[in-house]
Design a protein around this ligand. Sequence first.
Ligand code: DLL
Length: 432
Amino acid sequence: MIWNRTIECASRDEMAAIQSERLIRTVQRVYHNIPSYRTKMQEKGLVPADIKSVEDITKLPFTIKSDLRDNYPFGMFTVPMSEIVRLHASSGTTGKPTVVGYTRNDLQMWAEVVTRSLGMAGVHQKDIVQVAYGYGLFTGGLGLHYGTENLGATVIPISGGNTQKQIQLMQDFQSTVIACTPSYALYLSEVMQEMGVDPESLKLRIGIFGAEPWSESMRREIESKLKIKAIDIYGLSEVVGPGVSCECEHQCGMHVNEDHFIPEIINPETLDPVAPGEIGELVFSTITKEGIPILRYRTRDLTRLIYDKCECGRTLVRMEKCMGRSDDMLIIRGVNVFPSQVESVLLSMSETEPHYLLIVDRVGTLDVLKLMVEVQEQFFSDEVRQLEALKKKITHNIQSILGISVDVKLVEPKTIERTAGKAKRVIDNRKI
Ligand code: DLL
């Protein structure tokens, strides 16, 4: 279902006109309200009048996470607190969280983009949507919640965790849609099996999965285990939360809600725009937000933009599935390694589960990569020779994809911690 046909199917010229007008307004707003932005623009010799259309966006300075942290908690807000009706925050691994504030209009806009996303995913009014993203400072739960209500579908605000109850409610309430992280979806299927619940006996038909990178093979795994269509949804709290972009039923890249968020792809080293279609770092400018508008925010997420026509009829540009974050990328003995590459290898093998942990240590001057991976129950025999052979096979397969050696440790099923939220795949013990 196309929720907002005028926007979602606008011509490129119409979209550029909307973006230009809104960008100009946003630049004026931040220049006059946020001293740190004004200083940055002045350092580049820029005044708001220099931004005449969306084409001029590349003249603007970037915003990075530390800009938000340096102005903790509310220094980047452009309205008085009396107009802020909701706060969210994302916890970083270091230091203070990043705080975002929403005005009433911001919440309305957010609900609209999530509703569009649900429409893209194929959700309609009759659906019963079980929101198993965490409710709280994290944007996942409440973001999906209000988008679902705005669509007119039924929401089950169960939040994350309590896995057996999730499955019981799926049975009792006949949920047709599940929204959670992809790693939690996999865990749900595991617990279903333990409980003797056949996914075919449930009414689930769509999964709305995001908040962490997941590969195409992971998609196939979830789709076959839960017997659903698995849709990728993307977002980040600094921009709004979930609903920045989402896949349509054709599952060929996530349509960006471009009338609210302008995407760019830059080379993270030179900071220049890449050639159209090339992979690089995703950058977003919000052009309708009131509480905390943000210009050229460097997401660290790596992807490319696709401008080809989509079968669904939407003209909104698509972003390819994120292969990972530039700061998730491990550099091991000079080789770039993404956890998603390891995940694909594990999913291509029938003996392993996609539950794994990468541990990096520095021994002397050498980086050592260790992979702990769960082996499927039926393969976890006590025959040392068989396990050794399996270990060799995994080592070989990973090495041929990554190009570096890895020390594989096979562990029993359910050894690696499951989480209801974002999965932790890497422990880097190097002090660099
Ligand atoms: O994760 C918002 C969200 C909630 C998105 C629910 C989708 C569903 P943050 O906690 O601020 O916000 O984390 C944002 O998560 O920069 C990406 O690195 C990663 N991320 C989010 N969605 C995807 C996705 C929410 N579909 C950070 N694929 C982003 C890959 C994703 N990575």
